[in-house]
Ligand binder design. Structure first.
Ligand code: GLA
Length: 379
C-alpha cells in the first residue's frame, strides 16, 4: 500500500508524501446499540480500510484530495467552515483538526492531504471512523505529537459527534483504533476501556451489503437513542448498563411498550456479549454463532432496527452449512448482514444466497469476504 499511496500522492501533488497512515473498517460483531448505553461490545477490525498520505506546506494552505472524488479542495489558512455538497467528505479530516486541540494536542497548519480506500462505501463498515483515525495519525505526527491510541479513538469520536454531527457511540472508532489480526476488540463503553480477545483463525466473515437504507435512518438512530435514555430515566439510572432485567420487568407497567422492548433488547444484548466472550474463550464458534443469530432476532422483534431484506439474508444464511451465525451489523434500518462462517463456506455458497435475494428483491447484494485485520497505524 505504501508504494501505491506514494504514487497517487505524486500524481495529485507532484511531490512525495512525508507521512502515511492506515486505519481499518470494522464489523460490529455483537453488542447492538449497547455502546451509548454504557454496555460492552465486541467488534472486529477487517483487512480493508482507509489510507491517508500527507506532506507539509509552509504557506498555511490545506489541500485535500481523494482518489474517489474529482479535484482538490483548497482551504485558505484559518478557514474552519464545514464543507457542503460534494466536498462534505473533507468534514472528516477537518473534524479531526478541530478535535486535536480539545485533547491538548497541536494541529498542523499547512499541508497537502490524500485519502484512498478499499472499503465499500455505505456498507456499514465504518469508513468514516477509518478516515478519522488515519487522519488523526498523520495530523498528530505532522504536528510532532504522539497521542495514545485511546486518545486517537476519542479524537475520532469527537470529530464525528461534534463536527460531522453524527451522535454515534465509541464502537466504530474504538474498533478501528484497537483492532488486531485474529483478535476481536472488546470495549467496556462506560470507561471506555479497550481490550482484545483471540478469535479462532477458523472464523471467516462474509458481509452482504443490501445497499438499502431507510430514508429516516439518522432520525431512527436518534429515536432509539432517545427511547433507551427514557427507559434509563424511568428506571432511575443514568444509563441502561446500571440496571438489570428484573428491574425492567418490575417497571414494565409504567413504560411505553416500545420503550420496554428497546431496553429489553439492550439488556439482553449486554448479556449476550458476555456469553459470547465466554464461548470465545472456549473456542466454541458454534455457540458464538448461535448468540450472533439470537442478537439478530432480538433486533428484528425487540429493537425493530431490522428490515425485510436483512431478515431474508439472515434466514437464508443460517440454513447453509458452514455458517455459524448471522446478524445485521451496525445501526440497522438497512445496510449489511454479516455471517461468521468456517473455511468451508465459500464464494459458491455466497452466490446462492445472493441469487435467492436477487429473485426476491430484484437486486443482488454486494458480497465481501473479510478476515480480521490490524488497527490504525502509521506506515
Ligand atoms: C452505529 C454507531 C455505533 C453503534 C451502532 C449500533 O454503527 O455508529 O456507535 O451505536 O450503530 O450498535
Amino acid at each position: 500500500m505504501k508504494a501505491q499511496l506514494t504514487k497517487m500522492f505524486l500524481a495529485a501533488y507532484g511531490r512525495a508524501p512525508e507521512i502515511l497512515a492506515g486505519a481499518p473498517g470494522r464489523i460490529e460483531f455483537i453488542g447492538n446499540h449497547t455502546d451509548y448505553n454504557g454496555g460492552p461490545v465486541l467488534g472486529a477490525a477487517i483487512d480493508r480500510g482507509v489510507w491517508v498520505a500527507l506532506a507539509g506546506r509552509a504557506d498555511g494552505q490545506r489541500r485535500f484530495t481523494s482518489d474517489q472524488r474529482d479535484g482538490i479542495v483548497t482551504l485558505a489558512p484559518g478557514d474552519q467552515a464545514k464543507r457542503e455538497g460534494s466536498e462534505n467528505w473533507v468534514n472528516y479530516p477537518l473534524g479531526v483538526l478541530h478535535a486535536l486541540p480539545v485533547f491538548g494536542l497541536r494541529a498542523p497548519s499547512g499541508f497537502d492531504y490524500l485519502a484512498t480506500s478499499n472499503l465499500p462505501a455505505g456498507a456499514g463498515l465504518s469508513s468514516s471512523a477509518a478516515i478519522e483515525l488515519a487522519s488523526a495519525l498523520v495530523f498528530a505526527e505532522a504536528a510532532g505529537e504522539r497521542p495514545l491510541r485511546e486518545t486517537l479513538v476519542k479524537i475520532g469520536k469527537h470529530a464525528e459527534n461534534n463536527f460531522v454531527g453524527v451522535p454515534c457511540g465509541i464502537l466504530d472508532q474504538g474498533v478501528s483504533g484497537f483492532g488486531e489480526k485474529n483478535r476481536l476488540v472488546f470495549i467496556d463503553c462506560r470507561g471506555p476501556q479497550f481490550a482484545t480477545v483471540p478469535l479462532s483463525t477458523g472464523a471467516h466473515f462474509w458481509i452482504f451489503n443490501t445497499h438499502t437504507k431507510h430514508a429516516l435512518v439518522d432520525g431512527l438512530y436518534a429515536e432509539r437513542h432517545g427511547e433507551c435514555m427514557a427507559a434509563a430515566k424511568a428506571l432511575g439510572v443514568e444509563l441502561l448498563v446500571d440496571t438489570n432485567l428484573a428491574a425492567l420487568e418490575a417497571a414494565k407497567p409504567k413504560l411505553k411498550p416500545a420503550v420496554y422492548r428497546r431496553a429489553k433488547h439492550v439488556l439482553e444484548e449486554m448479556a449476550r456479549v458476555e456469553a459470547a466472550q465466554n464461548a470465545l474463550a472456549q473456542d466454541d464458534l458454534a455457540a458464538v454463532g448461535r448468540l450472533l443469530t439470537a442478537s439478530h432476532r432480538s433486533s428484528q422483534h425487540g429493537f425493530e432496527n431490522s428490515t425485510d431484506e436483512l431478515d431474508f439474508l439472515v434466514d437464508a444464511l443460517v440454513t447453509m452449512p458452514g455458517v455459524f451465525g448471522a446478524r445485521l451489523t451496525g445501526g440497522g434500518f438497512g445496510g449489511a448482514v454479516m455471517a461468521m462462517t468456517g473455511a468451508d463456506f465459500g464464494d459458491a455458497q455466497a452466490q446462492i444466497i445472493a441469487e435467492a435475494y436477487g429473485k426476491k428483491f430484484g437486486t443482488r447484494p454486494d458480497i465481501l469476504h473479510a478476515l480480521t485485520g490490524d488497527g490504525a497505524r502509521l506506515l
